[in-house]
Design a protein around this ligand. Structure first.
Ligand code: SF4
Length: 325
């Protein structure tokens, strides 16, 4: 059974070194169950008071800045840093799982010689093991640098696939879930093999179902006369300039358009707004993961351009570039 390691000794050492008297903790959903134990360890070993963020958290883009202002230091767990955020310290979660058995299984799925390796922060520290294993079997392995939203070579996140845009024949994704490898396949047009070190599941990623779903959303939005443009207040998702550009673009094409500023974007939060379609400039995963749950089509910025006839039909996931925040 895999566990994700959090370096609590390091947290305690930082609290002591900085002489913090009040400490904030923020955990993503999958690690919230460990909050009580971490808080207890800090209080017992440092004497500092601890406040835990109860707000939802899905990425390093989503720092609880209100809590950060109430404490001397805040630890954000589970994600790698997206740059300097004042008194916020990022404590990554690292997986214990050995990726090599899953990569060994993936060998029979790999068609070519030059393999680009991509992963998430939880497995980034094991990429050398993957590379050694594959190179001993005659493969050439390459890893990309990635954007400023990621920290490690080969690391991808759901809104940035730069590390996958490399000179290779096909990509091997090490990690769980299919969102990242599908995003990488759409971003690069390359064949992607996904290998999950936790479940040992290996598959060649297919993009046809996602393309079909996105095509249906675009088709449904073609007649929209009014567009609600979602702009996020989250620290790493703010794209107000893009939201304003999209509003002007929609108006140029005789659509009514308004910008809706919000923190957590959910189908329930939008239910009372009567727009014919929405465009999401917040986390790109929202439009994909919750596609069927919104009461009106939820487009990505590029998909709005397709609807308005400003862009050729070409479906890729939205990405947040490092210049927009
Ligand atoms: S914007 Fe979305 S995909 Fe990007 S880091 Fe945040 S939660 Fe992840």
């Amino acid at each position: 059974m895999d566990t994700f390691q959090l370096d609590i000794d390091c947290v305690i050492e930082i609290v002591k070194r900085r002489g913090a008297r009040c400490v904030g903790l923020q955990f993503p959903e999958g690690l919230k169950r460990r909050a009580g134990d971490v808080a207890e360890a800090i209080e017992k070993n440092t004497g500092a008071a601890v406040l835990i963020s109860g707000n939802p958290c899905f990425g390093a883009c989503d720092v609880d800045m209100q809590l950060a202002q109430m404490v001397d230091i805040m630890f954000h767990f589970g994600h790698s840093s997206m740059g300097d955020q004042g008194n916020v310290v990022f404590i990554e979660a690292r997986s214990d799982a050995d990726p090599v058995p899953a990569v060994e299984k993936a060998l029979e799925f790999l068609d070519s010689h030059r393999i680009g390796i991509i992963t998430t922060v939880q497995h980034a520290h094991k990429l050398d093991d993957v590379r050694d294993f594959l190179e001993k079997r005659g493969k050439v392995c390459v890893t990309g640098r990635g954007s400023s939203r990621v920290k490690y070579p080969g690391q991808v996140i759901g809104c940035s696939f730069d590390a996958a845009r490399i000179d290779c024949d096909e990509l091997l994704y090490i990690g769980s879930g299919l969102f990242h490898p599908i995003g990488a396949a759409l971003a690069t047009g390359k064949r992607v093999v996904a290998a999950d070190p936790l479940t040992m599941h290996v598959e060649v990623v297919r993009t046809d179902k996602v393309i079909k779903k996105r095509s249906a959303v675009i088709a449904k939005a073609m007649d929209a006369k009014s567009i609600g443009i979602i702009a996020s207040t989250k620290s790493g998702q703010k794209r107000m300039a893009l939201a304003r550009e999209l509003k002007l673009l929609a108006e140029k094409h005789n659509r009514e358009a308004a910008i809706i500023v919000m923190d957590l974007v959910t189908p329930e939060q939008l239910l009372n707004f009567k727009f014919d379609a929405f465009v999401n400039t917040a986390c790109p995963r929202i439009a994909i993961d919750d596609a069927g749950r919104f009461h009106a089509p939820m487009l990505s910025p590029k998909e709005l351009e397709i609807v308005l006839g400003e862009r050729e039909w070409d479906i890729t996931f939205d990405e947040i570039t490092d210049t927009e925040n």
